[in-house]
Design a protein around this ligand. Structure first.
Ligand code: F6P
Length: 685
């Protein structure tokens, strides 16, 4: 099993450095094409799935001829892949070896779409949970059919019209991207919404579009402890109950996608409404799992399965094709050439297809969370660059935004251009698509070959100033890949996503890092760690732990300690100075803070608005008395909100206690009050 050797210690790596030093000043794409009429022949690959999927209109053309490589460079990149032993690392992945070393886990998103296990022993994987994949798919099948057909009814007997997926990161981005990419295959009268941000605006604005009688909430969280998701889910449940008035109705309107049965049932979602997955599914690789339920609901189960099949077809290619024919391997190697030798900081994903407008957002997490690591698997600080910054937007919008810098800026920005040959919306006899494709072809050409000074002079004439001439020169020699496919289908999209997943895997393997690590045993002891998960991506964990401390301090300026001079105190002081009335208006009565602050009349009401006035509430900092009705988790909830202090840690049912609110602003949030639902609040003194 590849163990995290420093990439810079491979002899092929050293050879690549020498090659870069000796060629980078002279390597020129114009000359490379002029001197070799067969360049495209050499540097393109067409992948079509093997027989079982051949009915599908799937094939991918990868043209990597517009890269700053020659035969020697390409051969040495392949030599690096051989020296790292990518084929055996790939086998480790596909056979369920515990390549996620920090968590000692297998990495088996490939098992979620493995339709060959029955027919081919090579594809059988023995890891607990793998045999449950198909029963869960069946569950998804039945449930999505029932909802889509209208057979699944809400608490008043109406069919479901809106689904709201509540999740974040990998429990959001995959479903968001795929449902957008496959909108053409969607059930148009089922509205899909996605709520991820802890900012209450995201939930509030979504609920304004929903009817509680016809809305299904999908709480998607691998751990079921993610602060954003659980807080949003609790507020959604409160909103629902404020209409349904009976907790038994939750069963018709809330389902969960998770690995954590205990937390799901504690939340109030019945076990039969839970769709299971397993700890060997990484969050950013989870759209193939139960996390894809919203996808199945939107595009139908058959299309969802076709998406999985497309990914499996790409898995087969990746596992079996020789390195020099292997699309993910080629993309990975060419990426390493720029990232590690040319010093490129970023990589752009530029799909010329409106349906793929979330593709770059999706792989921002997929790539950057996987390969944004500076320590190898065996604990060494790398002395080279690892994962690039991934970004991009759909063409041609990007052309009117950031392409200027890509063409004439001072940075080398490798890019992948992606496009379907055929549009799913061939309006005006595909006039739009022809224009779109003309741009898709033109941009890589312009980047590669640019426009010389001579060409500019001919164009602008003898009277043009030198400054004008110079500013119109395109240096060219800017690399890109062009990736084309027949049309966006579920099968094709599955293959495309899997291709990039495997690219990430190959790069991470070469860099010797753990692309799949999610969490280590707690390294920071935190008093309230039981309340929400603190184990996370290690790179984001620190910020989250700090945020939890700050959350507790926010209610009490006096408690703000242990931060640098700019971090919090000035902001707290600033907010304390805001007039009380503006807080009230912004948080309680106005539909949007923008309106409130501008003093304009509310145009519509927040979905939480009516509850604000009908609920008992604390007015300001001070002492209040509460009667405990159900002490379950009370102390934890109050303490973790950090807006009050309680005189004793243990509270008994039925007793009255004094609590002292140290919050300096009015506690007006319905959400907050609802969290204390088991508590009867005695109006303040
Ligand atoms: O913050 C990173 C992360 O752990 C991702 O890896 C994951 O996709 C996301 O948070 C959400 O986690 P969960 O599905 O457990 O709510």
């Amino acid at each position: 099993m590849a163990g995290g050797k420093l990439a810079s210690n491979y002899s092929a790596w050293k050879k690549l450095q020498t090659l870069y030093d000796s060629t980078h000043k002279s390597l020129n794409l114009r000359e490379l094409f002029d001197s070799d009429p067969k360049r495209f022949e050499k540097y393109h690959r067409i992948w079509t799935p093997s027989s079982d999927s051949s009915k599908q209109n799937t094939s991918i053309l990868l043209d990597f001829s517009k890269n700053l490589i020659n035969e020697q460079i390409f051969e040495t990149l392949l030599e690096l892949a051989r020296e790292v032993d990518i084929p055996s690392a790939t086998e480790d992945l596909f056979t369920g070896k515990h390549i996620n070393t920090s968590e000692d886990r297998a990495v088996l998103h490939i098992a979620l779409r493995n339709f060959s296990a029955q027919s081919d022993p090579k594809w059988a994987i023995s890891e607990p949970g793998v045999d449950e994949v198909h029963p869960v798919l069946e569950h998804i099948h039945h449930f999505s059919d029932a909802v889509r057909s209208g057979e699944w009814k809400g608490y008043t007997g109406k069919s479901i019209k809106s689904i709201v997926n509540i999740g974040i990161g990998g429990s959001d981005l995959g479903p968001v991207m795929v449902t957008e990419a496959l909108k053409a295959y969607s059930k148009r009268d089922l509205n899909a919404h996605f709520v991820s941000n802890i900012d209450g605006t995201h939930l509030a604005e979504t609920l304004l579009k929903c009817d509680p009688e016809t809305t299904l909430f999908i709480v998607a969280s691998k751990t079921f402890t993610t602060q954003e998701t659980i807080t949003n889910a609790e507020s959604a449940r409160a909103w629902f109950l404020s209409h349904a008035h009976d907790r038994s109705h939750i069963a018709r309107h809330f389902v969960a996608l998770s690995t954590n049965t205990k937390a799901v049932t504690e939340f109030g979602i019945a076990k039969e409404n839970m769709f299971q997955f397993w700890d060997w599914v990484g969050g950013r690789y989870s759209l193939w799992s139960a996390i894809g339920l919203s996808i199945a609901l939107v595009i139908g189960y058959e299309n969802f399965e076709s998406l999985l099949n497309g990914a499996h077809a790409m898995d087969k290619h990746f596992r079996t094709a020789p390195l020099e024919q292997n699309l993910p391997v080629i993309l990975a190697l060419v990426g390493i050439w720029y990232n590690d030798f040319y010093g490129s900081q970023t990589h752009a994903l530029l799909p010329y297809d409106q349906y793929l407008n979330k593709f770059a957002d999706y792989f921002q997490q997929g790539d950057m969370e996987s390969n944004g690591k500076f320590v190898t698997k065996d604990g060494h600080r790398v002395d080279y660059q690892t994962g690039p910054i991934i970004w991009g937007a759909a063409g041609t919008n990007g052309q009117h935004s950031f392409y200027q810098l890509v063409h004439q800026g001072t940075k080398l920005i490798p890019a992948d251009f992606l496009a379907p040959a055929t549009s799913l919306n061939p309006i005006e006899s595909s006039k739009h698509h022809r224009i779109l494709l003309s741009n898709f072809f033109a941009q890589p050409e312009a980047l590669a070959f640019g426009k010389t000074e001579d060409e500019v002079r001919k164009e602008v004439g003898a009277n043009a100033t030198e400054a004008l001439v110079k500013s119109k020169v395109f240096e060219g020699n800017r690399p890109s890949n062009s990736i084309m496919f027949p049309v966006v289908t579920p099968h094709l999209l599955g293959a495309l996503i899997a291709m990039y997943e495997h690219k990430i895997f190959v790069q991470g393997t070469i860099w010797g890092i753990n692309s799949f690590g999610e969490a280590l045993p707690p390294i920071i002891s935190y008093k309230y760690s039981h309340a929400f998960k603190i184990l996370d991506q290690m790179g984001v964990e620190l910020g989250k732990v700090l945020a939890k401390n700050i959350l507790k301090q926010l209610g009490s300026p006096g408690d703000v300690k242990g931060h640098d001079s700019s971090s919090i105190s000035p902001f707290i002081e600033h907010s304390v100075m805001l007039p009380h009335s503006s807080h009230r208006r912004a948080t309680a009565t106005a539909p949007s803070s923008a309106n409130a602050l501008a003093g304009s009349p509310p145009s519509r009401r927040s979905p939480f608005h009516s509850d604000y006035n009908s609920k008992p509430r604390f007015k300001r900092v001070g002492s209040y008395q509460i009667r405990i009705v159900d002490n379950k988790e009370l102390y934890k909830d109050l303490a973790s909100e950090a807006i009050c202090s309680i005189d004793r840690p243990k509270l008994e049912n039925g007793e009255k206690v004094d609590i002292n609110f140290t919050e300096f602003r009015p506690v007006t949030s319905y959400t907050w009050i609802d969290k204390k639902e088991p508590v009867i609040l005695v109006p303040g003194k």
